[in-house]
Design a protein around this ligand. Sequence first.
Ligand code: ZN
Length: 62
Amino acid sequence: MSEPTKPPMVRCPSCGETVPYRTDNPYRPFCSKGCKAIDLGAWASEQFRVEAKPPAAEDLPD
Ligand SMILES: [Zn+2]
């Protein structure tokens, strides 16, 4: 009664491919290095747009 341990399946946030979430995949939850790079690039540009305005002084710690 022993089942092989299957990694959870996740969808690559970049291309939507269903890939096993394995700890030996350095690009998880992405399917590949390329998809991770694409997603990080999109996230960074999105973040840049959101954070375009300078932070208010009263919001800064200290
Ligand atoms: Zn992918």
